[in-house]
Design a protein around this ligand. Structure first.
Ligand SMILES: C[S@@+](CC[C@H](N)C(=O)[O-])C[C@H]1O[C@@H](n2cnc3c(N)ncnc32)[C@H](O)[C@@H]1O
Length: 327
């Protein structure tokens, strides 16, 4: 459609959404931060600009909007196109199921596959009582908050290396009034958690490989690099967590960790470890390992292509040269 032939008001909400989707496709936007289609992204942004709740009934779509409202919606569409920022950074909110979280560019936009497992109370994996849990690499605090909702009697530590991310997590914890149950801790993986033991550790660490980081689409480049990159093969953080988790789990404790597309590489790196992969509602690979399957002496087998090794502090703690740990 030429510029002159574009529809102009009066607009219905449905018409605005169609127009937004058309513009998004023409601009080759990428989705994956809460929506997966141009129509859904346009509907989400239109509702947000109009101040409508996401569960507004479909019949409202035929409603005509006033010119200033249409201007707001079209303005938000333009901002999405010109900045290429994920919608969540424009609206400052992200949703996991019915749970809303404040977000800005200090944290990755929440989309962890572990969230769906927590909605189900981590069944069938978590069978015993969860009194203490750790969310390692907490970012916005979203998984720590879902942990607190799933396990009502639990106290939770939520750790991250990024001070900026912890500030966002603090805001979300306050919004959910969970300050008494969730403790936010600045920590390089387990370094500030010496002597702490948990019934459950969940982690969605950074796991993007060096090659994938170089190919990142523009939308993803707005997210903190610290939240994505993890060495040459993307598994530096995951390896370090696997090596140290047993020392921080109580007997019978469980580690639940997301690893992106690193499943096969991780299995090859830990040939003696019995891996169990949970089927998640979103189809992502999430590792579930009991403390007993995770002997403290577990050591990764050197992997040729990995040169990044353990993050320096983790390497120091395990007393291993980073090249020996990662190959
Ligand atoms: C993929 S994001 C996950 C955030 C959140 N858990 C979620 O699911 O949306 C990874 C987080 O790990 C943090 N991180 C990266 N390296 C870390 C380290 N060595 N120790 C602790 N946190 C780290 C980043 O700051 C980022 O917030």
């Amino acid at each position: 459609m030429s510029h002159r032939a574009r529809p102009s008001g009066p607009w219905t909400v449905a018409g605005l959404i169609r127009e937004g989707a058309r513009r998004f496709r023409a601009a080759h936007l990428r989705f994956g931060h809460g929506t997966s289609r141009a129509e859904d992204e346009a509907a989400y942004l239109a509702f947000h600009a109009l101040g409508w709740s996401p569960d507004t009934p479909a019949r409202a779509l035929s409603r005509q909007v006033k010119p200033p409202e249409a201007k707001r919606v079209l303005g938000l569409f333009s901002e999405r196109i010109h900045t290429r920022k994920p919608a969540a950074y424009l609206t400052h909110e992200a949703w996991l199921g019915d749970f809303r979280f404040y977000v800005d560019q200090r944290v990755i936009v929440p989309r962890s596959h572990i969230a769906g497992m927590l909605f189900d109370g981590l069944r069938p994996w978590a069978t015993g009582r969860i009194g203490t849990a750790l969310d390692l690499c907490t970012g916005s605090g979203c998984l720590a908050i879902l942990l607190a909702r799933a396990f009502r009697g639990a106290t939770i530590d939520a750790a991250d290396l990024s001070r900026a991310a912890l500030a966002v997590a603090r805001r979300n914890v306050r919004d959910y009034r969970l300050g008494k149950r969730i403790r936010l801790i600045r920590s390089d993986l387990f370094s500030a958690l010496r002597g702490k033991h948990y019934d459950l550790i969940v982690s969605n660490p950074p796991y993007v490989s060096g090659a994938a980081m170089r190919r990142l689409q523009r939308e993803y480049r707005h997210e903190p690099r610290l939240a994505l990159a993890s060495g040459r093969d993307g598994l530096d953080a995951a390896r370090a967590i696997l090596l140290r988790a047993a020392a921080h789990l109580k007997p019978g404790g469980l580690l639940v960790m997301e690893v992106g597309s690193g499943r096969r590489r991780l299995e090859r790196a830990f040939p003696r470890l019995e891996f169990t992969w949970a089927e998640t509602p979103g189809g992502g690979d999430v590792l579930v390992v009991g403390r007993d399957q995770l002997p403290p002496q577990a050591r990764p087998r050197p992997v040729q292509q990995a040169t990044g090794g353990l993050p320096a502090a983790a390497a120091r703690r395990t007393g291993r040269a980073s090249t020996a740990a990662a190959g």
